[in-house]
Design a protein around this ligand. Structure first.
Ligand code: NI
Length: 169
């Protein structure tokens, strides 16, 4: 299994809009497996395909706590069918914006539709960390990063900080 390289800001590919997947086949499952391994290795709790340079509407996630068994989840062509008017703040981070954390306000609950690892269509309600994470990852599919929800000043500071880290590495 190959680990993929995670792109970081300000890589222009992260701003691309990802394209729908036509069919969930073994080739796509290999991509999802590799994304999951890359996410675990990072480590992180969610990863969108565009973060490894693949502009497809694919997300992997695992929200299990460290003392729990892994609970890998796969979302292909996810859509938000409904979002609550109630919002909730959460201190977000992103593997493409390493070591930067800031509060983002999003709908507290959403209803989702997506294809799973087997290509079956699922409808599911999300709240709490799951709601935060799926909305954060779905933003990636539109070329949007969590820092795009912050003020311009905070966004520019974040990118500057990441550039400095990359240079120092
Ligand atoms: Ni992210």
């Amino acid at each position: 299994m190959a680990l993929r390289e995670i792109l970081v800001v300000p890589h222009p590919v992260l701003k691309q809009v990802s394209q729908p997947v036509a069919v969930v086949d073994d080739e796509l499952r290999t991509l999802m497996d590799e994304m999951l391994e890359t996410m675990y290795e990072a480590p992180g709790i969610g990863l969108a395909a565009i973060q490894v340079g693949v502009p497809k509407r694919v997300i992997v996630m695992d929200l299990a706590r460290q003392d729990e068994e892994p609970q890998p989840r796969f979302f292909v062509n996810p859509e938000i069918l409904w979002a609550s008017e109630e919002t909730a703040p959460y201190e977000e981070g992103c593997l493409s914006v390493p070591d930067i954390y800031d509060e983002v306000e999003r709908p507290a609950k959403v209803k989702l539709r997506y294809l799973n690892y087997q290509g079956e269509q699922i409808e599911e309600d999300a709240e709490g960390l799951f709601a935060v994470c799926i909305q954060h990852e779905m933003d990636h599919l539109e070329g949007v990063l969590f820092i795009d929800h912050l003020s311009r000043l905070k966004r520019e500071q974040a990118i500057k900080k990441v550039k400095k880290q990359v240079k120092a590495a």
